[in-house]
Design a protein around this ligand. Sequence first.
Ligand code: ADP
Length: 572
Amino acid sequence: MTGQTDPVRQDEEIRAELERLRARIAELQESKRQLEAELQESSATAQAPITTSAELESTLRWFLRRVGMILQAEKAVLMLQEPDRRELVAQWPALGLSRDDVEAFRVHASQGVSGQVFREGRPIITDDAMSDPRTIKENVALLNIRNVLTVPLMIERKDAEGQIVEKSTIGVFNVFNKRGGGRFAEEDVTLLTALAKSAASVISSAKLYIAVADEKRELEQTLQGMLAGVLVVDDENRVRLMNSAAKHIFGVPGEDGTGKLLSQVIRDEEVHDLVRSCLDGNSEATAEVSIYSPEERIYQVQTALLRGENGDVSGVVATFNDITELRGVERMKSEFVSTVSHELRTPLTSIKGFIRTLLDDTEGYYDRETQMEFYRIIDTECDRLVRLINDLLNLSRIESGRALDLVLDEVDLGELISRVVDSQRAYTDRHEFDIVVADDLPHINADRDKIDQVLTNLLSNAIKYSPDGGTISVHAREIEGNKVSVSVTDQGIGIPEDQINKLFTRFHRVDSRDSRKQYGTGIGLYLVKHLIEAHQGEVSVTSQPGEGSTFTFVLPTELSTDEGEEHEAKAS
Ligand code: ADP
């Protein structure tokens, strides 16, 4: 046992300890100097702002490591106030804390040391976190805290002269557990307050940039995803933005276009004029423009002025909506109205003509046979009118979204086919008819009048669109799955392949000279499709231009009850 203490040795030990402390202070001062230099350098080079969360994360990671080193702290974490909430939430990354710890660490602004620092805007040193009545013990235990230094995170807004005009606290900065068993001192408070100031400004401006960048990205994605073309031109007539739809409309490949003069990117004069007159006249306009890319399409173009902060015109945004189909339907509709009028007038003129002839024949000039011939023509023309009116009524039912009422009955298709063929013979003396109905063809459950309409439409088309005559064959047979198949084949003008899938749309008429020679409304096949589908069937077509066409419909022998009931329910 040494009992006595040697004063010389004691003196040496104190001296050595002092040396160590001096060296440590020098070390710390050097780190502080380095950090300040780095901070200065980073704020000088921080011209390129942080625009992504990843950049912000790596900057904060670097910053927290430095803070831990300078203040000799084991842990450090920034806490920010949640927008719209009085809660301070720990931010990732943090020094010496796991991600789970960070996620669990949140404090209401009215509680704990963090809450007090946030409310009062003044730093607090907590020497013994466990026994200090102000601390939240759960958090002290969770994060294994011995002592803490907490400073507010404040941002300052300065005016042009550099005077602070606004100050606001966005959160707090906590450093925990001084290394080497020490405590945080006033010197640490000064240092951390300075560091917190630069951290707050970095975070708040980065968050602002990130939010703006996110919004910009969202806007760009929306613009790119739009069906309408969007073109932005600045006040010097240079293209600033073209979304992918606009590039497609004007045939501009990939990244080309942006920054170039409008006239170098788009050839269309009408578009130049619209943009120019919008810029010159400072007025916005709507116009219809035909653009060839390569075939003609019609666009509704809308121009709107873009204005800068001071209200000056900074450019024009033009949107392009493809209205080709809309105009096409409008054209088809007006053609339809004129053809329907014609289709109504033709039989009426003929009926009126024959009736007048018969009425005027007071002298008995026409013999009985001729009179009968006139009556037959009147009868046929009346049938044509009834058919047209039925078609129009069915069309209006379908257009108004109502179901076609089916009056179901047992139908002998063989008998129906020969009746329809017989009545169609009256319209032609150029065609042969060939009917092949399988002997064992089962009767079907269907609406007789509607199937009559289908057959009449297909046969009258077969006659109309084989103006040079030929054989028209009607074949009916049973096929697998309790179905019957009926096909009508002609040797007429045929249908170009690219028109086949448009045939069954309303008002569609094949745009060829041979086809347009024949009068028609473009609703026959549209109705055929709806009538067959109302019977749970299908219709299809095969054709060879110049050789002829075959229209085939397939019907179930029995309607399935579910759909049948649904149908009746709709109809009632
Ligand atoms: P339309 O009243 O014009 O005949 P449809 O709807 O019955 O109307 O037929 C639509 C178009 O389909 C017709 O205008 C015609 O161009 C084409 N078409 C229909 N049937 C035939 C056919 N058998 N041969 C050739 N073209 C046909």
